[in-house]
Design a protein around this ligand. Sequence first.
Ligand code: 5AD
Ligand code: SF4
Ligand code: FES
Length: 357
Amino acid sequence: MIEDILYKSEFSKAEIIQLLETQGDEAKKLFEASSKIKLNTVGRMTYFRGLIEFSNICSKNCYYCGIRRSNANFERYELSEAEVLKAAQFADENNYGSIVLQAGEISSPHFTEHIESLLKKIKALSNGRLGITLSLGEQSDETYRRWFDAGAHRYLIRIETSNRDLYSKLHPNDTKHSFDERIGCLESIKKIGYQVGTGVMIGLPSQTAEHLADDLLFMKQLDIDMCGMGPYIEHEDTPLYQYKDSLMPLRERFILSLKMVAILRLMMPNINIAATTAMQTIDPAGREKAIKIGANIIMPNITPGMYRDEYSLYQNKPCTDEEPEDCVNCLEARIKLAGSEIAYGKWGDSLHFVEKG
Ligand code: 5AD
Ligand code: SF4
Ligand code: FES
């Protein structure tokens, strides 16, 4: 009986696999349970994180990603400081509460300084109102520390998969793409005092339910504060594309992603979980469905419209023809349909982090 598992406070790996494999009525019960837990812990509000994808220049070569270094089939861009500040101002004026600065991975003294100065300017222009999350990949302890001191308080770095062997199939075998370094970064941002976010891709070539169960246990063990995860979506200009015929259908990847969100909500009731853009890529109402069954964060894209096509991590990424204003109106209606409401002007910090003290 699925109920015997759903109301436990801890799941074994075998139980998580059983939940991942639920179908029909049982899956419905899983989603009802996670939806209820969400309402009773983090509540019904959805928090905004205005997403600024400020550069698609990346020094890495991840096998799954459309903006990997070796892909020459698109234009690289970098927003000017004025453009980033304007986007941040837009978020502030529209009461988003928080922003995320995301870019391809670059590590250099100049980059560290550039971000540090941006952070200070964003804090100043919003009078400290905007919460700031960074998603800028692997950096040195010192860089993480400087950005924290300059005003960033949350950091996202996905582990992509917690399985070392699978990780090595997704990345080149060199020191720049080391699994241990990745883990080290997660530990470092936690030690510095950031709210820690991680996540995985779901439906990767040769990924099993066992891998996904381990991913959830990994998040629990790391005691994360935030999670963003979603379906893997193949991109034709990447090495992993060769395995496209071995993948599960997109629809199944989407349902599996919803189950991952639901199970994580049951395992870690008070963390922040994002309804990710990749979910919307498969199902036009994907993010709303994720909100219904457990997610409480949405990241409206506020990158100026002209650059959006070039931030193509995967194909058919939504909202690339829209301007920031379009997404606000659209989301407002969508979130209402999901039985939730946008918490304007709130940071929406992870309750898990706050309660840890
Ligand atoms: N499909 C889904 N997600 C992807 N990402 C990169 N490439 C893909 C893809 N093909 C995700 C990774 C990365 C984040 C910025 O985008 O998880 O951490
Ligand atoms: Fe660069 Fe991130 Fe894409 Fe890897 S996943 S190639 S680090 S942008
Ligand atoms: Fe971008 Fe709907 S969220 S157009």
